[in-house]
Design a protein around this ligand. Structure first.
Ligand code: UN1
Length: 520
Protein backbone atom coordinates (compact mmCIF):
# COMPACT_ATOMS: atom_id res chain seq x y z
CA UNK A 1 0.00 0.00 0.00
CA UNK A 2 2.92 2.38 -0.17
CA UNK A 3 1.72 5.46 -1.96
CA UNK A 4 3.69 7.39 -4.51
CA UNK A 5 3.99 10.32 -2.09
CA UNK A 6 5.54 8.42 0.70
CA UNK A 7 8.05 6.78 -1.64
CA UNK A 8 9.03 10.22 -2.77
CA UNK A 9 9.60 11.32 0.78
CA UNK A 10 12.15 8.56 1.16
CA UNK A 11 14.10 9.39 -1.94
CA UNK A 12 14.27 13.06 -0.98
CA UNK A 13 13.31 14.27 -4.39
CA UNK A 14 11.05 17.28 -4.75
CA UNK A 15 7.56 16.37 -5.74
CA UNK A 16 4.94 18.46 -7.44
CA UNK A 17 1.82 19.11 -5.41
CA UNK A 18 -1.42 20.61 -6.67
CA UNK A 19 -4.98 21.07 -5.46
CA UNK A 20 -7.12 17.96 -5.74
CA UNK A 21 -10.73 17.63 -6.68
CA UNK A 22 -12.23 14.20 -6.77
CA UNK A 23 -8.87 12.74 -5.83
CA UNK A 24 -7.02 13.97 -8.89
CA UNK A 25 -4.56 16.87 -9.04
CA UNK A 26 -5.87 19.78 -11.06
CA UNK A 27 -3.96 21.27 -13.97
CA UNK A 28 -2.25 24.63 -13.97
CA UNK A 29 -1.33 27.07 -11.23
CA UNK A 30 -3.74 30.01 -11.30
CA UNK A 31 -2.40 31.20 -7.94
CA UNK A 32 1.26 30.91 -8.97
CA UNK A 33 3.77 28.47 -7.53
CA UNK A 34 5.88 28.21 -4.42
CA UNK A 35 8.45 25.84 -3.04
CA UNK A 36 7.95 24.09 0.24
CA UNK A 37 11.41 23.60 1.72
CA UNK A 38 13.11 21.60 4.43
CA UNK A 39 13.80 23.94 7.37
CA UNK A 40 16.62 21.69 8.54
CA UNK A 41 18.36 21.55 5.12
CA UNK A 42 18.28 25.00 3.65
CA UNK A 43 17.84 24.88 -0.08
CA UNK A 44 16.28 21.41 -0.14
CA UNK A 45 12.94 21.65 -1.87
CA UNK A 46 10.36 19.19 -0.51
CA UNK A 47 7.63 20.13 -2.96
CA UNK A 48 6.95 22.50 -5.79
CA UNK A 49 3.43 23.63 -5.10
CA UNK A 50 1.04 24.62 -7.87
CA UNK A 51 -1.26 27.04 -6.15
CA UNK A 52 -4.94 27.55 -6.72
CA UNK A 53 -6.73 30.90 -6.63
CA UNK A 54 -10.01 32.02 -5.08
CA UNK A 55 -11.94 30.51 -8.00
CA UNK A 56 -10.26 27.14 -7.32
CA UNK A 57 -11.53 27.34 -3.75
CA UNK A 58 -15.07 28.08 -4.91
CA UNK A 59 -14.93 25.29 -7.48
CA UNK A 60 -13.79 22.86 -4.77
CA UNK A 61 -16.78 23.91 -2.68
CA UNK A 62 -19.07 23.20 -5.64
CA UNK A 63 -17.52 19.75 -6.07
CA UNK A 64 -18.10 19.14 -2.36
CA UNK A 65 -21.69 20.33 -2.55
CA UNK A 66 -22.28 17.99 -5.47
CA UNK A 67 -20.87 14.97 -3.64
CA UNK A 68 -22.30 15.58 -0.20
CA UNK A 69 -25.87 14.32 -0.63
CA UNK A 70 -24.78 10.98 -2.00
CA UNK A 71 -22.26 10.55 0.80
CA UNK A 72 -24.79 11.47 3.48
CA UNK A 73 -27.12 8.76 2.17
CA UNK A 74 -24.48 6.08 2.81
CA UNK A 75 -25.30 4.54 6.22
CA UNK A 76 -22.97 5.81 8.93
CA UNK A 77 -21.53 2.35 9.80
CA UNK A 78 -20.55 2.00 6.15
CA UNK A 79 -18.99 5.47 6.06
CA UNK A 80 -17.09 4.32 9.13
CA UNK A 81 -15.60 1.45 7.13
CA UNK A 82 -13.87 4.04 4.95
CA UNK A 83 -12.56 5.77 8.07
CA UNK A 84 -11.28 2.40 9.29
CA UNK A 85 -9.44 1.78 6.01
CA UNK A 86 -7.92 5.28 6.15
CA UNK A 87 -6.68 4.55 9.67
CA UNK A 88 -5.09 1.29 8.49
CA UNK A 89 -3.41 2.98 5.54
CA UNK A 90 -2.01 5.67 7.81
CA UNK A 91 -0.70 2.95 10.10
CA UNK A 92 0.94 1.10 7.20
CA UNK A 93 2.57 4.35 6.05
CA UNK A 94 3.33 5.63 9.53
CA UNK A 95 7.11 5.95 9.29
CA UNK A 96 7.10 7.37 5.78
CA UNK A 97 4.48 9.97 6.63
CA UNK A 98 6.33 10.91 9.84
CA UNK A 99 9.57 11.29 7.89
CA UNK A 100 7.82 13.58 5.44
CA UNK A 101 6.41 15.68 8.31
CA UNK A 102 9.87 16.03 9.82
CA UNK A 103 11.37 16.86 6.47
CA UNK A 104 8.81 19.52 5.69
CA UNK A 105 8.21 21.24 9.05
CA UNK A 106 11.27 20.16 11.04
CA UNK A 107 9.69 18.60 14.13
CA UNK A 108 11.74 15.81 15.73
CA UNK A 109 10.99 12.44 14.18
CA UNK A 110 9.73 11.01 17.50
CA UNK A 111 7.17 13.82 17.66
CA UNK A 112 6.21 13.25 14.04
CA UNK A 113 5.55 9.59 14.82
CA UNK A 114 3.35 10.76 17.69
CA UNK A 115 1.56 13.12 15.37
CA UNK A 116 0.80 10.34 12.88
CA UNK A 117 -0.34 8.14 15.76
CA UNK A 118 -2.92 10.83 16.59
CA UNK A 119 -4.49 10.33 13.16
CA UNK A 120 -4.69 6.58 13.74
CA UNK A 121 -6.27 7.13 17.16
CA UNK A 122 -8.76 9.56 15.65
CA UNK A 123 -9.71 7.05 12.96
CA UNK A 124 -10.12 4.34 15.62
CA UNK A 125 -12.42 6.53 17.67
CA UNK A 126 -14.62 7.54 14.75
CA UNK A 127 -14.76 4.06 13.28
CA UNK A 128 -16.68 3.17 16.44
CA UNK A 129 -18.75 6.35 16.26
CA UNK A 130 -20.16 5.19 12.93
CA UNK A 131 -22.18 2.64 14.92
CA UNK A 132 -23.34 5.22 17.45
CA UNK A 133 -24.03 8.78 16.28
CA UNK A 134 -26.78 8.52 18.85
CA UNK A 135 -29.88 10.61 18.92
CA UNK A 136 -32.43 10.73 21.76
CA UNK A 137 -35.96 9.66 22.50
CA UNK A 138 -37.74 12.36 24.45
CA UNK A 139 -41.06 12.09 26.32
CA UNK A 140 -43.96 14.08 24.89
CA UNK A 141 -46.41 16.10 26.97
CA UNK A 142 -49.23 14.47 25.01
CA UNK A 143 -50.40 10.87 24.65
CA UNK A 144 -49.83 8.98 21.44
CA UNK A 145 -47.04 11.24 20.45
CA UNK A 146 -43.32 10.53 20.43
CA UNK A 147 -40.36 12.83 20.17
CA UNK A 148 -36.93 12.04 18.79
CA UNK A 149 -33.70 13.76 17.89
CA UNK A 150 -31.40 12.88 15.03
CA UNK A 151 -27.93 14.09 14.17
CA UNK A 152 -27.82 15.28 10.57
CA UNK A 153 -24.71 16.30 8.68
CA UNK A 154 -24.05 20.00 8.36
CA UNK A 155 -23.26 19.82 4.63
CA UNK A 156 -20.02 21.23 3.26
CA UNK A 157 -17.20 21.97 5.68
CA UNK A 158 -14.31 24.27 4.71
CA UNK A 159 -11.26 23.53 6.83
CA UNK A 160 -8.16 25.71 7.02
CA UNK A 161 -5.24 24.43 9.09
CA UNK A 162 -1.77 25.43 10.24
CA UNK A 163 1.55 23.81 9.46
CA UNK A 164 2.80 23.04 12.97
CA UNK A 165 0.61 19.93 13.09
CA UNK A 166 0.27 19.40 9.36
CA UNK A 167 -1.49 16.04 9.52
CA UNK A 168 -2.85 15.36 13.03
CA UNK A 169 -4.84 18.54 13.54
CA UNK A 170 -6.38 18.34 10.03
CA UNK A 171 -7.45 14.78 10.84
CA UNK A 172 -9.31 16.08 13.92
CA UNK A 173 -11.56 17.94 11.49
CA UNK A 174 -11.54 15.73 8.41
CA UNK A 175 -12.22 12.37 10.01
CA UNK A 176 -15.30 13.33 12.06
CA UNK A 177 -16.60 15.63 9.30
CA UNK A 178 -16.51 12.77 6.82
CA UNK A 179 -17.84 10.19 9.26
CA UNK A 180 -20.82 12.44 9.99
CA UNK A 181 -21.74 12.57 6.30
CA UNK A 182 -20.29 15.90 5.28
CA UNK A 183 -18.10 16.76 2.31
CA UNK A 184 -14.93 18.73 2.92
CA UNK A 185 -12.77 21.37 1.28
CA UNK A 186 -9.41 21.45 3.01
CA UNK A 187 -6.70 24.04 2.70
CA UNK A 188 -3.46 22.78 4.25
CA UNK A 189 -0.76 25.28 5.26
CA UNK A 190 1.27 26.23 2.21
CA UNK A 191 4.56 25.43 3.97
CA UNK A 192 3.25 21.94 4.73
CA UNK A 193 1.74 21.23 1.33
CA UNK A 194 3.51 17.92 0.76
CA UNK A 195 2.49 16.43 4.10
CA UNK A 196 -1.07 17.62 3.47
CA UNK A 197 -1.12 16.08 0.04
CA UNK A 198 0.27 12.78 1.34
CA UNK A 199 -2.45 12.64 3.99
CA UNK A 200 -5.16 13.43 1.45
CA UNK A 201 -3.92 10.64 -0.81
CA UNK A 202 -4.29 8.15 2.01
CA UNK A 203 -7.89 9.34 2.41
CA UNK A 204 -8.52 8.77 -1.29
CA UNK A 205 -6.88 5.34 -1.24
CA UNK A 206 -9.17 4.52 1.67
CA UNK A 207 -12.07 4.66 -0.76
CA UNK A 208 -13.69 8.07 -0.29
CA UNK A 209 -16.03 8.76 -3.20
CA UNK A 210 -15.01 11.58 -5.54
CA UNK A 211 -15.72 15.04 -4.23
CA UNK A 212 -16.15 14.09 -0.56
CA UNK A 213 -12.69 15.50 0.14
CA UNK A 214 -11.20 18.29 -1.95
CA UNK A 215 -7.85 19.87 -1.25
CA UNK A 216 -7.02 23.43 -2.19
CA UNK A 217 -3.35 24.32 -2.11
CA UNK A 218 -3.25 28.09 -1.87
CA UNK A 219 -1.99 30.93 0.25
CA UNK A 220 -3.88 32.14 3.32
CA UNK A 221 -5.31 35.41 1.93
CA UNK A 222 -6.44 33.56 -1.21
CA UNK A 223 -8.29 31.01 0.89
CA UNK A 224 -9.94 33.85 2.78
CA UNK A 225 -11.07 35.43 -0.47
CA UNK A 226 -12.31 32.08 -1.77
CA UNK A 227 -14.15 31.43 1.47
CA UNK A 228 -15.85 34.80 1.28
CA UNK A 229 -17.05 34.05 -2.25
CA UNK A 230 -18.15 30.51 -1.39
CA UNK A 231 -20.07 31.66 1.69
CA UNK A 232 -21.73 34.31 -0.45
CA UNK A 233 -22.87 31.64 -2.87
CA UNK A 234 -24.17 29.46 -0.06
CA UNK A 235 -21.66 26.72 -0.75
CA UNK A 236 -20.20 26.36 2.75
CA UNK A 237 -22.10 25.31 5.88
CA UNK A 238 -19.31 25.07 8.40
CA UNK A 239 -15.87 26.61 8.66
CA UNK A 240 -13.08 25.11 10.73
CA UNK A 241 -9.90 27.06 11.34
CA UNK A 242 -6.75 26.41 13.35
CA UNK A 243 -4.30 29.29 13.37
CA UNK A 244 -3.65 32.73 14.76
CA UNK A 245 -6.11 34.69 16.89
CA UNK A 246 -5.88 37.56 14.42
CA UNK A 247 -6.90 35.55 11.35
CA UNK A 248 -9.41 33.53 13.37
CA UNK A 249 -11.15 36.71 14.47
CA UNK A 250 -11.48 37.81 10.84
CA UNK A 251 -12.88 34.41 9.88
CA UNK A 252 -15.35 34.69 12.77
CA UNK A 253 -16.54 38.07 11.49
CA UNK A 254 -16.92 36.74 7.97
CA UNK A 255 -18.90 33.72 9.16
CA UNK A 256 -21.11 35.92 11.32
CA UNK A 257 -22.23 37.76 8.22
CA UNK A 258 -23.67 34.45 7.01
CA UNK A 259 -25.11 33.43 10.38
CA UNK A 260 -22.57 30.72 10.85
CA UNK A 261 -20.61 29.72 13.89
CA UNK A 262 -17.22 28.47 12.83
CA UNK A 263 -14.99 26.14 14.81
CA UNK A 264 -12.03 28.33 15.77
CA UNK A 265 -8.92 26.91 17.42
CA UNK A 266 -6.56 29.82 17.96
CA UNK A 267 -3.55 30.90 19.95
CA UNK A 268 -2.49 30.39 23.52
CA UNK A 269 -0.30 31.86 26.22
CA UNK A 270 -0.42 28.79 28.33
CA UNK A 271 0.61 29.06 31.99
CA UNK A 272 2.31 26.44 34.13
CA UNK A 273 1.95 27.14 37.83
CA UNK A 274 4.49 25.73 40.27
CA UNK A 275 3.06 25.61 43.78
CA UNK A 276 5.28 25.62 46.91
CA UNK A 277 4.72 21.87 47.44
CA UNK A 278 5.45 20.92 43.81
CA UNK A 279 8.03 18.33 42.87
CA UNK A 280 10.38 20.85 41.34
CA UNK A 281 12.24 18.34 39.15
CA UNK A 282 8.97 17.17 37.66
CA UNK A 283 7.88 20.77 37.08
CA UNK A 284 11.18 21.52 35.33
CA UNK A 285 10.76 18.49 33.10
CA UNK A 286 7.21 19.55 32.29
CA UNK A 287 8.26 23.12 31.56
CA UNK A 288 11.11 21.93 29.35
CA UNK A 289 8.85 19.83 27.15
CA UNK A 290 5.91 22.27 27.21
CA UNK A 291 8.04 25.31 26.47
CA UNK A 292 10.66 24.04 24.10
CA UNK A 293 9.23 20.87 22.54
CA UNK A 294 8.40 21.54 18.87
CA UNK A 295 10.55 24.69 19.34
CA UNK A 296 7.59 26.22 21.18
CA UNK A 297 5.52 26.09 18.00
CA UNK A 298 2.37 24.53 19.42
CA UNK A 299 -0.74 26.42 20.32
CA UNK A 300 -0.47 24.51 23.58
CA UNK A 301 3.17 25.47 24.22
CA UNK A 302 4.07 26.91 27.58
CA UNK A 303 4.08 30.72 27.64
CA UNK A 304 4.81 31.65 31.24
CA UNK A 305 5.91 29.52 34.17
CA UNK A 306 4.32 31.03 37.27
CA UNK A 307 6.41 30.00 40.24
CA UNK A 308 5.88 30.43 43.96
CA UNK A 309 8.52 32.64 45.57
CA UNK A 310 9.61 29.85 47.93
CA UNK A 311 10.75 27.64 45.03
CA UNK A 312 11.44 30.37 42.44
CA UNK A 313 15.25 30.40 42.65
CA UNK A 314 15.47 26.63 42.76
CA UNK A 315 13.11 26.24 39.81
CA UNK A 316 14.91 28.86 37.78
CA UNK A 317 18.38 27.45 38.28
CA UNK A 318 17.26 23.89 37.52
CA UNK A 319 15.24 25.03 34.52
CA UNK A 320 18.22 27.00 33.24
CA UNK A 321 20.47 23.95 33.58
CA UNK A 322 17.96 21.60 31.91
CA UNK A 323 17.53 23.97 28.98
CA UNK A 324 21.30 24.46 28.58
CA UNK A 325 21.86 20.70 28.55
CA UNK A 326 19.07 19.83 26.16
CA UNK A 327 20.14 18.68 22.71
CA UNK A 328 18.84 20.90 19.93
CA UNK A 329 19.38 20.36 16.22
CA UNK A 330 18.86 17.86 13.42
CA UNK A 331 15.26 16.69 13.82
CA UNK A 332 16.04 13.21 12.52
CA UNK A 333 18.30 12.73 15.57
CA UNK A 334 17.36 12.51 19.23
CA UNK A 335 16.79 16.20 20.05
CA UNK A 336 14.46 18.27 22.19
CA UNK A 337 13.65 20.42 19.23
CA UNK A 338 14.68 21.12 15.66
CA UNK A 339 14.40 24.15 13.40
CA UNK A 340 11.60 26.65 13.13
CA UNK A 341 8.88 25.49 10.74
CA UNK A 342 9.66 27.95 7.97
CA UNK A 343 11.38 31.24 7.14
CA UNK A 344 8.22 33.08 8.21
CA UNK A 345 8.17 31.56 11.70
CA UNK A 346 11.92 32.04 12.04
CA UNK A 347 11.86 35.72 11.17
CA UNK A 348 8.82 36.45 13.30
CA UNK A 349 10.49 34.88 16.30
CA UNK A 350 13.74 36.78 15.81
CA UNK A 351 11.68 39.96 15.64
CA UNK A 352 10.17 39.05 18.98
CA UNK A 353 13.53 38.70 20.61
CA UNK A 354 14.47 42.18 19.47
CA UNK A 355 11.34 43.57 21.08
CA UNK A 356 12.18 41.99 24.41
CA UNK A 357 15.63 43.56 24.30
CA UNK A 358 17.87 43.49 27.33
CA UNK A 359 15.37 44.37 30.03
CA UNK A 360 15.39 41.00 31.74
CA UNK A 361 17.61 38.25 32.92
CA UNK A 362 17.87 35.95 29.95
CA UNK A 363 18.83 32.36 30.69
CA UNK A 364 18.75 28.92 29.12
CA UNK A 365 21.61 29.26 26.74
CA UNK A 366 24.93 30.83 26.01
CA UNK A 367 23.36 32.88 23.26
CA UNK A 368 20.09 34.21 21.97
CA UNK A 369 18.60 34.47 18.53
CA UNK A 370 19.68 32.39 15.58
CA UNK A 371 22.11 29.57 16.21
CA UNK A 372 25.10 29.91 13.90
CA UNK A 373 28.74 28.91 13.95
CA UNK A 374 29.53 32.36 15.39
CA UNK A 375 26.62 32.28 17.84
CA UNK A 376 26.87 28.59 18.73
CA UNK A 377 24.98 26.41 21.13
CA UNK A 378 26.86 24.06 23.40
CA UNK A 379 24.56 21.08 22.87
CA UNK A 380 23.84 21.30 19.20
CA UNK A 381 23.41 18.20 17.08
CA UNK A 382 24.54 18.72 13.48
CA UNK A 383 25.53 21.89 11.67
CA UNK A 384 23.42 24.89 12.80
CA UNK A 385 23.88 26.72 9.53
CA UNK A 386 22.08 24.00 7.63
CA UNK A 387 18.75 25.05 9.10
CA UNK A 388 16.55 27.68 10.74
CA UNK A 389 17.57 27.12 14.35
CA UNK A 390 17.01 29.36 17.36
CA UNK A 391 18.54 29.38 20.80
CA UNK A 392 16.18 28.51 23.61
CA UNK A 393 15.51 31.53 25.78
CA UNK A 394 14.23 31.83 29.33
CA UNK A 395 13.19 35.31 30.39
CA UNK A 396 13.15 35.63 34.15
CA UNK A 397 11.21 38.18 36.17
CA UNK A 398 8.26 38.58 33.83
CA UNK A 399 5.40 40.72 35.13
CA UNK A 400 1.94 41.44 33.77
CA UNK A 401 3.22 44.75 32.40
CA UNK A 402 5.69 43.09 30.05
CA UNK A 403 4.89 42.65 26.39
CA UNK A 404 6.11 39.05 26.60
CA UNK A 405 3.46 38.30 29.23
CA UNK A 406 0.50 38.87 26.93
CA UNK A 407 1.68 37.85 23.48
CA UNK A 408 1.90 34.45 21.87
CA UNK A 409 5.44 34.13 20.49
CA UNK A 410 5.30 30.69 18.82
CA UNK A 411 8.98 30.05 19.42
CA UNK A 412 11.46 28.62 21.93
CA UNK A 413 11.01 31.23 24.64
CA UNK A 414 9.50 30.86 28.10
CA UNK A 415 8.83 33.63 30.59
CA UNK A 416 9.10 32.98 34.32
CA UNK A 417 7.02 35.01 36.76
CA UNK A 418 7.03 34.95 40.55
CA UNK A 419 3.97 34.85 42.81
CA UNK A 420 3.34 34.98 46.53
CA UNK A 421 -0.36 34.19 46.95
CA UNK A 422 -2.74 31.80 45.20
CA UNK A 423 -4.79 34.80 44.03
CA UNK A 424 -1.73 36.26 42.33
CA UNK A 425 -1.04 32.95 40.59
CA UNK A 426 -4.60 32.81 39.29
CA UNK A 427 -4.40 36.39 38.06
CA UNK A 428 -1.12 35.77 36.27
CA UNK A 429 -2.52 32.58 34.75
CA UNK A 430 -5.68 34.25 33.39
CA UNK A 431 -4.72 37.88 32.88
CA UNK A 432 -3.58 37.64 29.24
CA UNK A 433 -7.04 36.73 28.00
CA UNK A 434 -6.09 33.50 26.22
CA UNK A 435 -7.58 30.31 27.61
CA UNK A 436 -6.35 27.24 25.82
CA UNK A 437 -4.27 25.04 28.08
CA UNK A 438 -2.83 25.36 31.58
CA UNK A 439 -0.83 23.24 33.99
CA UNK A 440 -0.37 23.21 37.74
CA UNK A 441 2.29 21.35 39.67
CA UNK A 442 1.29 20.49 43.22
CA UNK A 443 0.99 17.44 45.44
CA UNK A 444 -2.21 18.79 46.95
CA UNK A 445 -5.48 17.67 45.40
CA UNK A 446 -7.17 20.57 47.13
CA UNK A 447 -4.91 23.16 45.50
CA UNK A 448 -5.27 21.51 42.10
CA UNK A 449 -9.06 21.49 42.37
CA UNK A 450 -9.12 25.07 43.62
CA UNK A 451 -7.07 26.05 40.60
CA UNK A 452 -9.33 24.09 38.24
CA UNK A 453 -12.27 26.14 39.46
CA UNK A 454 -10.51 29.43 38.83
CA UNK A 455 -8.51 28.91 35.63
CA UNK A 456 -10.12 29.91 32.37
CA UNK A 457 -8.73 27.23 30.08
CA UNK A 458 -10.23 24.57 27.88
CA UNK A 459 -7.62 22.11 29.09
CA UNK A 460 -5.85 21.71 32.41
CA UNK A 461 -3.01 19.36 33.29
CA UNK A 462 -2.15 18.53 36.86
CA UNK A 463 1.53 17.55 37.13
CA UNK A 464 1.84 17.21 33.35
CA UNK A 465 2.73 19.39 30.40
CA UNK A 466 0.54 22.13 28.90
CA UNK A 467 0.94 20.45 25.51
CA UNK A 468 0.38 16.90 24.42
CA UNK A 469 -3.36 16.46 24.68
CA UNK A 470 -4.71 12.98 24.08
CA UNK A 471 -6.73 12.66 20.89
CA UNK A 472 -10.11 11.78 22.41
CA UNK A 473 -10.56 14.56 24.98
CA UNK A 474 -12.24 17.86 24.07
CA UNK A 475 -9.66 20.21 22.57
CA UNK A 476 -10.22 23.95 22.43
CA UNK A 477 -10.05 27.17 24.33
CA UNK A 478 -11.72 30.18 25.84
CA UNK A 479 -11.22 33.89 25.32
CA UNK A 480 -8.66 34.75 22.65
CA UNK A 481 -7.98 31.04 22.10
CA UNK A 482 -11.15 30.40 20.14
CA UNK A 483 -14.90 30.72 20.20
CA UNK A 484 -15.68 28.00 22.69
CA UNK A 485 -15.85 25.22 20.14
CA UNK A 486 -14.25 21.88 20.92
CA UNK A 487 -12.64 19.31 18.68
CA UNK A 488 -12.02 15.60 19.30
CA UNK A 489 -13.89 12.74 20.88
CA UNK A 490 -17.67 12.87 21.00
CA UNK A 491 -17.56 16.65 21.53
CA UNK A 492 -16.59 17.41 17.94
CA UNK A 493 -19.89 15.90 16.78
CA UNK A 494 -21.49 19.22 17.76
CA UNK A 495 -19.38 20.84 15.04
CA UNK A 496 -20.22 18.51 12.20
CA UNK A 497 -23.84 17.60 12.85
CA UNK A 498 -26.95 19.57 13.65
CA UNK A 499 -29.78 18.36 15.77
CA UNK A 500 -33.04 17.62 14.04
CA UNK A 501 -36.08 17.30 16.32
CA UNK A 502 -38.94 15.05 15.25
CA UNK A 503 -42.54 15.11 16.59
CA UNK A 504 -44.44 11.98 15.71
CA UNK A 505 -48.15 12.10 16.45
CA UNK A 506 -50.08 8.85 15.98
CA UNK A 507 -53.24 9.92 17.89
CA UNK A 508 -55.16 10.60 14.70
CA UNK A 509 -56.10 14.15 15.82
CA UNK A 510 -54.34 17.50 15.89
CA UNK A 511 -52.87 17.72 19.40
CA UNK A 512 -51.63 21.25 19.95
CA UNK A 513 -48.57 21.63 22.12
CA UNK A 514 -49.15 23.65 25.33
CA UNK A 515 -52.89 23.83 24.49
CA UNK A 516 -54.10 20.24 24.37
CA UNK A 517 -52.01 18.96 27.22
CA UNK A 518 -53.99 16.48 29.35
CA UNK A 519 -54.82 17.61 32.87
CA UNK A 520 -54.29 15.40 35.87
C1 UN1 B 1 -1.76 22.77 17.93
O1 UN1 B 1 -0.65 23.22 18.22
O2 UN1 B 1 -2.47 23.37 17.08
O3 UN1 B 1 -1.96 18.99 22.61
C2 UN1 B 1 -2.31 21.51 18.44
C3 UN1 B 1 -1.02 19.12 21.82
C4 UN1 B 1 -1.15 18.48 20.46
C5 UN1 B 1 -1.92 19.35 19.54
C6 UN1 B 1 -1.47 20.78 19.42
N1 UN1 B 1 -1.79 17.20 20.62
O4 UN1 B 1 -0.02 19.75 22.08
Amino acid sequence: HTTRDTENSETHTARTVASRMGGKPIEGAPGGTLSSTNPARLGEVVAEVRLGDAATFVEACRAAREAQKGWASVPAPIRAQVVKRIGRLVEENKEALARLVTREVGKPYAESLGEVQEIIDTCDFFTGEGRRLYGHTVPSEMPDKQLFTFRVPVGVAAIITAGNFPVAVPSWYLVPAILCGNAVVWKPAEYAAAAGDALAQLFFHGGLPDGVLNVVQCEGPVAFEGLELALGEGLVDKVGFTGSTEVGSRIGELCGRYRQSPCLELGGKNPLVVMPDAKVDLAVEGALFSGFGTAGQRCTSLGTAIVHESVYDEFLSRFDRAVREAPVGDPMRDVLYGPMISEKFHERFLGWLELIGGHHTVLGSTGTGRITRDNPRQNFVGDPEEGLYCHPTIVAGVTMEDELYGMETFGPIVGVAKFATFEEAVELANGHGYGLSAAIYTESAREALRFRERISAGMLSVNNSTSGAEAHLPFGGNGKSGNGSRLSGMWVLEQFTRWQAVNWDFSGRLQKAQMDVPEL
